[in-house]
Design a protein around this ligand. Structure first.
Ligand code: NAD
Length: 504
């Protein structure tokens, strides 16, 4: 195998830096020594080459992770594992600017957002580092005499983590931190569009005290390496965030092999604004819910349901708030809306805008691309009114800066509209009425409900979807259970084993 770090060092003047696969503590070229270019969404320029791994690399990476399961990692106590996670957290804080810069180059998110997001991942490793030695098992009272029954929680084994391009290190961390705290070993398959930051990140693990092979990274495409990884017999669990199509495929493949999964598949989340809401706060909350990261977040509040009595005023204020938002270079501190991360995603968003217009929705703001900016991969913040619940634009995830607005008449109508999609990831409720708050929280079908705020997530709080938004939960105490198997142990203190052939 060629050493990718050597070839990076040896690269001549204009050769692009290379990011290889990271297996058994070492960065190297893929078995077939194939590379592909990764591009910056703002200028469209190729800035690095990524190893194009194949099933052969999956084999090597899973073998390394499997060997690591029975190596020094298995000899570490849960407290020692926890300390590795805490040291990793410190290293992340130190290296956050470099890691964030790589990530921005690849997905075009705003500098302000990415640096904070990468630094915040450190808190997940601290939290799960602390939790590692606090998973207590139970003594089980049974109806059998002379036995002592108790549970043990054991690491599931090798975990595959498959992530998308919108928040690479952050979404990886939501799975990686609890998996490591549980004692699993891991093979990460980052998005083909944003792999570099994960390869760079993997180099911190040795410094933090993790034995080689505990964390491995294979780069490349979903069909070429994602599928062989999911179906590999030694992979016990798959943690996935991404689109619902890939999610369904992974679930089907996992089911054939009876593997467990955690799936986080996006949504079409409602923001519900009642006539008694603090309108100024609600406008800011709705804007940040849909236009932050150019709408490329799973939790985007992409359906605005607003009480009919304030509909026109609210839309007017929204439009006024967003109209002047500057689109441009994500590194510029004046930029409010960056480019769309990939050409495919850009085309998809523009198609949805055409679909909405074709369905008869009224474009109250935006609705165009901005070809003169950067490499032209920009979509204006877009607001559609006159939307009806069955339109595709009201039902399907766009994953871009496109908001649809629908009026409601009363609380029952708001609930009916809010729950009228196949998704159930999140919801925002804006009201000052406590009774209404309690009632809405109960009736809205979503894994997260924010009242008078939107987008808050934390390492302490479970996150995941109802309905087709996913399976399982990430973050918080519960998430570690996704990576543990429960074993029930029966110890007999009565050594008399009953003769099975004597009738009683
Ligand atoms: P995707 O779901 O296709 O890919 C996500 C990850 O899964 C990538 O690492 C990809 O290589 C891998 N993958 C794809 N097919 C696979 C397969 N058959 N087996 C194993 N791994 C596979 O996401 P994308 O191409 O980046 O975007 C597609 C759509 O998904 C977007 O248009 C967007 O709507 C949505 N999306 C959702 C989220 C989210 O957080 N829910 C994030 C990114 C994209």
């Amino acid at each position: 195998m060629t050493d990718a770090t050597d070839s990076r060092v040896a690269a001549s003047g204009d050769a692009l830096p290379r990011y290889g696969v990271f297996i058994d503590g070492r960065e190297c070229a893929a078995v077939e020594d194939q590379w592909y270019a990764t591009h910056g969404p703002f200028d469209g320029e190729a800035w690095a080459e990524i190893a194009r791994a194949s099933a052969a690399d999956v084999e090597t990476a899973v073998d390394a992770a499997d060997r690591a399961l029975s190596g020094p990692w298995s000899q570490m106590s849960a407290s020692e594992r926890g300390r590795c996670l805490m040291r990793l957290a410190d290293l992340i804080v130190e290296r956050a600017p470099q890691l964030a810069e790589i990530e921005m180059r690849d997905n075009g998110k705003l500098a302000t957002e990415v640096t904070g997001q990468v630094r915040y991942t450190a808190e997940y490793y601290r939290y799960y580092g602390g939790l590692a030695d606090k998973i207590e098992s139970s003594v089980i009272p049974t109806d059998k005499k002379g036995v002592f029954a108790y549970t043990r929680y054991e690491a599931k084994g090798v975990v595959a983590i498959i992530t998308p391009w919108n928040s690479p290190l952050s979404l990886t961390t939501w799975k990686l931190a609890p998996a490591l705290a549980a004692g699993c070993t891991v093979v990460v398959k980052p998005s083909e569009f944003t792999s570099a930051s994960m390869v760079e990140f993997a180099k911190l693990f040795e410094e933090a005290g993790f034995p080689p092979g505990v964390v491995n990274v294979i780069t490349g495409f979903g069909n070429e390496v994602g599928e062989p990884l999911v179906t590999h017999p030694k992979v016990a669990h798959i943690g996935f965030t991404g689109g619902d199509q890939a999610g369904r495929r992974i679930y089907e493949l996992a089911a054939r092999h009876l593997k467990t999964v955690t799936l986080e598949l996006g949504g079409k989340s409602p923001q519900i604004v009642f006539d008694d809401a603090d309108i100024e706060q609600a406008v800011k909350g709705v804007v940040s819910g849909i236009f932050a990261a150019s709408g490329q977040t799973c939790l985007a509040g992409s359906r605005l349901l607003v009480h009919e009595s304030i509909h026109d005023e609210f839309v007017e204020r929204l439009v006024a708030f967003v109209a002047d938002a500057r689109l441009g270079d994500p590194l510029d501190s004046e930029t409010r809306i960056g480019p769309i991360a990939t050409p495919g995603q850009f085309r998809k968003i523009m198609e949805y805008i055409e679909i909405a217009k074709g369905e008869g929705a009224h474009c109250a703001l935006g609705g165009n691309s901005r070809p003169e900016l950067g490499a032209g991969q920009f979509v204006e913040p877009t607001i559609f009114t006159g939307v009806t619940p069955k339109m595709r634009i009201a039902q399907e995830e766009v994953f871009g800066p496109v908001l649809v607005v629908m009026p409601f008449t009363d609380e029952d109508h708001a609930v009916e509209l809010a729950n009228d999609t196949s998704f159930g990831l999140a919801a925002g409720i804006w009201t000052r009425d406590l009774h209404r708050t309690m009632s809405m929280v109960e009736r809205v079908k979503a894994g997260t409900v924010w009242v008078n705020n939107y987008r808050a997530t934390s390492y302490t709080s479970p996150f995941g979807g109802f309905k087709q938004s996913g399976i399982g939960r990430e973050s918080g105490v519960d998430a570690i259970r996704e990576y543990l198997d429960t074993k029930c142990v029966w110890i007999s203190s009565d050594l008399q084993v009953a003769n099975p052939f004597v009738r009683r």
